[in-house]
Ligand binder design. Structure first.
Ligand SMILES: Cc1ncc(COP(=O)(O)O)c(C=O)c1O
Length: 522
């Protein structure tokens, strides 16, 4: 045997004895002697932000920005016996990020998913649980193990072929149009896919990417990282945050008159973040025609496709289905994730994107790029398999799966309804009752005194509002400035993930009325 452990045990032990016998003073002496011989090390400059890629300095990500950092400090205080009682609340409520299983929000994971995951992590568990867990769970894990082997090994860089096949089947059933496993790339969450696509689409400093405003800041952050040019188009709040073709055309026309930017792609988030809006079919068709007219790649972020609070009134249609139905040849990339829906498995980092009307040459380049990162996490890939292949009605795990997923859907819809209804009754607040996603994005009419006080601190007034909300109640939200809004407008985004909605919304109400009183608005 010639492995690293067997080859050198004696020499290793020998050198440890030598080290132990060397007087400390003499080893320090030898270090300072060697340092003197390399005296230029004294003039060495430390690494500073100025030495880094300037694009990195421009990246901003409000969801984990100032408010989240402050919330972490408050959490530290709550953990310390000395400071705990100095705060007016007992816990921080993380409403700043769509992270359903986060401590304090505690959305329960889906049992089926976790059982499959557990068996994949530790196959001998099957023997222990065989009389306790449903046979379809054990069967599912066995099938995946036969394909994958150990989840500790790298997989194919596009993801495990069998799981890609299952994703393609899921898409085919969802849309009624075929999907090819070769067009599927499994990713470390949708973020990794979005980042890859923006990276490859931005060819020079003047590549324009149309993004909705308000938007999920992954897009502006990634554009800043790869030096792409955001071409913002505003969503229409008075029409329930609908997408206006006229706005997109105006953004394209502006890029054209500015003359220096080549529009390359249109980002659509459906259902929207932070707005929760759903696109109707007609608008989707018009967007596809627009992409044809301007040779744009359509980047369809559909990670909230399962988060539908009023399905009958506001159903979800995938862009893949619309593109196929129209017989359009536009290049389309659609993203999905295990982080959202009722899964909430954010930390496992699983997702996929599907390429539609993408040539084999381009697909090969994408494959080359994902190969550099070796493969997406296996835990995320197993999660994707459960997302696209939930138990069927005739399988033993179905009843519990149905009950758990129905409960989460109902809780999310109920909280969204209660919160929007109550927020709308507050003076100076208007709030679209989101039909989808995990958020509300209320608009605030704030007193001039609050605006002036914020400006004195070099902040936007909604940041001041959010900071004071956090300081008084422990509720952490993200100010609208983090998502983009029209000049002079103020919003904040909060999630509908906090259990105990009555108490939660009660705290929001009390704070808001006090804030108005404090700044002379009521
Ligand atoms: C619209 C949108 N796209 C993508 C993501 C990223 O999700 P993932 O955890 O899959 O990377 C999020 C996360 O909140 C999101 O809101």
């Amino acid at each position: 045997m010639h492995d690293a452990y067997s080859q050198h045990p004696q020499s290793l032990a020998g050198s440890m004895i030598t080290l132990a016998r060397t007087p400390v003073r003499s080893s320090l002496h030898s270090i300072s002697f060697r340092r003197a011989a390399h005296s230029h090390s004294r003039s060495m400059r430390p690494l500073t932000p100025a030495d880094l890629n300037p694009a990195v300095l421009n990246v901003q990500y409000a969801v984990r920005g100032e408010l989240a950092i402050k919330a972490e400090e408050l959490n530290e205080k709550l953990r310390s016996e000395e400071h705990r009682d100095t705060l007016p609340f007992k816990k921080v409520i993380s409403s700043n990020i769509g992270n359903p299983q986060q401590k304090g929000l505690d959305q329960p994971p889906i049992t089926f998913t976790r059982q499959v995951a557990a068996l994949m992590e530790y196959p001998p568990l099957a023997e222990i649980v065989k009389d306790k867990w449903n046979p379809d769970v054990i069967q599912r894990a066995k099938q995946l193990q036969e394909e994958i082997g150990s989840v500790g090994a790298y997989s194919h860089s596009k993801g495990i072929p069998l799981i890609r096949k299952h994703v393609a089947q899921f898409i085919t059933e969802r849309d009624g149009y075929p999907s090819d496993p070769e067009d599927i790339f499994l990713t470390a969450g949708a973020s990794a896919g979005v980042s890859l696509l923006l990276n490859v689409l931005i060819t020079a400093h003047k590549t324009g990417i149309l993004i909705p405003i308000p938007q999920y800041p992954l897009y502006t952050a990634t554009l800043a990282q790869f030096s792409g040019v955001p071409l913002p188009y505003h969503l229409s709040e008075q029409d329930g945050w609908s997408t206006s073709l006229a706005e997109i055309k105006a953004a394209l026309a502006k890029a054209e008159t500015d003359g220096k930017v080549t529009p390359r792609a249109l980002v659509v988030i459906n259902p929207g973040n932070p707005t929760g809006a759903l696109l109707d079919r007609q608008t989707m068709e018009e967007l596809v025609w627009l992409c044809e007219e301007h040779s744009l790649v359509l980047l369809a972020d559909e990670v909230y496709q399962e988060n539908l609070h009023r399905r009958d009134e506001h159903p979800f249609h995938s862009f893949k289905q619309v593109v196929r139905q129209l017989g359009s040849q536009i290049p389309l990339i659609s993203f999905h994730s295990i982080s959202k829906g009722v899964f909430g498995e954010c930390g496992r980092r699983g997702g996929y994107f599907e390429c539609c009307n993408i040539s084999t040459d381009v697909r090969a380049l994408l494959y080359k790029m994902v190969s550099v990162g070796l493969c997406p996490p296996l835990s995320g890939q197993v999660g994707v398999d459960c997302l696209v292949r939930p138990p069927k009605p005739d399988e033993p795990s179905y009843a519990l799966w149905k009950q758990e997923t129905d409960d989460i859907h109902a809780a999310l819809a109920h909280r969204t309804q209660v919160m929007s209804e109550r927020l709308n009754k507050l003076p100076g607040v208007s709030c679209v009752n989101s039909p989808g996603a995990l958020y509300l994005y209320p608009k605030l009419e704030l007193p001039q005194n609050a605006i002036d006080a914020a400006h004195k601190l070099g902040k936007e007034a909604d940041t001041l509002y959010a900071l004071e909300l956090l300081g008084e109640t422990g509720i952490c939200v993200v100010p609208g400035s983090g998502f983009g809004q029209k000049d002079g407008e103020h919003h904040y985004r909060l999630t509908c993930l906090c259990p105990g909605v009555e108490e939660y919304v009660g705290m929001l109400e009390k704070f808001h009325l006090n804030f108005l009183k404090r700044y002379g608005g009521a």
